[in-house]
Write a protein that binds this ligand. Structure first.
Ligand code: EPU
Length: 429
């Protein structure tokens, strides 16, 4: 078991490079199953979720060659139907993309119910609705999802804006016979990235990035090369960390437009954010001002940057109100961990009321999930004394070299093996 040990109080200074977008990569790898030929994928993030997906593809018979740690060639030409590694599938959320890509490739699909971060109920009814509209029968039993049927183009109106359902229906519709339309589609940058990847491989998808996506089915996809966009949420995490710790950081290899709502919120808090063609500079001098934050589908404030900004709002002047409007379940489990560090936060339904300006003190805390883990690290960097963050495997699912990148900015954070546990009274040393 590993944990992070953080000595708080250092300002962040320097430059870092953002890696490829996790939530694009985790769809593009299953999408490679639709391709006859070699897909070369560049700017692949080096995180455990992409490793798991590559293992699943390999278990299906794909040939996979790592050219560099962030560049891979995937050849699914000779893949024939066989059972995947279901233990790996149930570990991650993005395994649901195999429903769309297996149906498109084989006319049948078998996956497990998806795993991933636990924010309460995370239904996949909109994925099922989309597959059924395209002509597949979908059956969920014994923890598995079975799909069967020859796909034909259809119109799907999503009842809820869903990133996963939008991408999954796009995957399934690519090689379906005829034209499909997805209405009320999600508009996140990674939706556009997956559509651009598929188009590079011969698909005919228009309108990705708007709420109406039109897909003309093509007989087959062919090989090609594709470079994944930079990770919007990884960049947001370093921007928020810099705002919280103070200092000046140039965050390179980003698309500033994708960060508009983060930049706007940080400016509202009193942080300077300068935009350049493919980087943003964040300069922060305390004190920060409290603000209201409401999560929404893109281009609104992203739910995946909600825990990180809440951690920093504990240090801002005044009371802040955070509203989680994407997930109906509980995306505030990490608040209990922040309370161990002295934070005063009250959760009422989907709202968290944060009393700012109370110094945090180091403590032993857990990463409840990926972004909650990033929030605990940020809290530790802002706190007095030493913080230990447990369950860091959650963080490593989605952040490439989190410790190395933060250390390069001057943060005092180390990966340590248990039993490097705090002694009573140590935490506020
Ligand atoms: N929803 C339904 N029915 C569905 C699908 C979704 O009711 O069939 C609801 C969800 O319960 C949620 C909302 O719709 O309340 C949005 O869910 P969405 O489908 O957009 O989320 P997802 O596809 O399961 C992806 C990311 C998440 C990110 C969300 C929202 C992946 C693998 N996961 O999840 O990423 O929070 O979109 O942007 O792409 C993360 O990176 O930390 C993470 C959790």
């Amino acid at each position: 078991m590993e944990q992070y040990r953080i000595q708080g109080g250092n300002r962040l200074h320097g430059e870092i490079e953002i890696s490829g977008a996790k939530n694009a990569a985790v769809a593009i790898i299953p999408a490679a199953l639709l391709v006859n030929g070699v897909c070369r994928i560049e700017n692949l993030p080096e995180i455990s979720d992409t490793e798991t997906l590559l293992h699943i593809l390999r278990s299906l018979g794909a040939e996979i060659r790592m050219l560099t740690p962030s560049s891979v060639e995937i050849d699914c030409t000779r893949v024939t139907w066989q059972n995947a590694d279901y233990d790996l599938m149930r570990k991650i959320r993005a395994s649901y993309y195999f429903i769309g890509s297996m149906l498109g490739r084989f006319g049948h699909a078998q996956t497990t119910m998806p795993g991933g971060c636990n924010f309460g109920v995370r239904p996949i009814d909109q994925h099922e609705k989309g597959m059924r509209a395209l002509g597949a029968s979908i059956d969920v039993r014994n923890g598995f999802i079975f799909g069967e049927g020859r796909l034909r183009g259809a119109e799907v109106h999503l009842d809820k804006v869903s990133v996963g359902a939008t991408i999954n229906i796009m995957l399934a519709a690519c090689t379906a016979e005829g034209k499909s339309i997805i209405r009320n589609a999600a508009r996140e940058p990674h939706i556009v990235d997956v559509a651009t990847f598929l188009n590079t491989m011969g698909a005919d998808i228009r309108g990705a990035g708007t709420d109406t996506i039109k897909i003309n089915g093509v007989p087959a996809l062919h090989g090609g090369s594709y470079t994944i966009i930079p990770d919007q949420i990884e960049a947001a995490t370093y921007m928020i960390a810099t705002a919280g710790c103070g200092g000046e950081v140039l965050i390179k290899n980003v698309i500033p437009k994708h960060l508009d709502c983060i930049s706007a919120k940080l400016r509202e808090m009193g942080t300077v954010v300068e935009e350049y063609p493919d980087s943003v500079l964040v300069r922060s001098s305390h004190p920060l001002r409290g603000v209201s934050v409401k999560t929404q589908p893109y281009p609104g404030y992203p739910t995946d940057a909600q825990p990180q900004i809440t951690a920093v709002l504990t240090q801002a002047r005044g009371t802040s109100i955070v509203t989680e409007d994407v997930y109906e379940g509980n995306r505030y489990k990490y608040v209990n961990e922040l309370r161990k560090m002295g934070a005063q936060i009250r959760v009422e339904g989907k709202t968290a009321i944060v009393e700012g300006g109370i110094p945090l003190t180091g403590a032993l805390v857990a990463a409840c999930d990926l972004r909650a883990g990033a929030a605990m690290v940020i809290a530790g960097l802002c706190a007095r004394g030493t913080t230990w963050v447990e369950d860091v495997h959650f963080i490593e699912r989605g952040y490439q070299d989190f410790v190395g990148k933060l250390r390069s900015l001057g943060a005092d954070i180390q990966l340590v093996e248990l039993p490097d546990r705090p002694l009573a009274g140590d935490a506020t040393a």
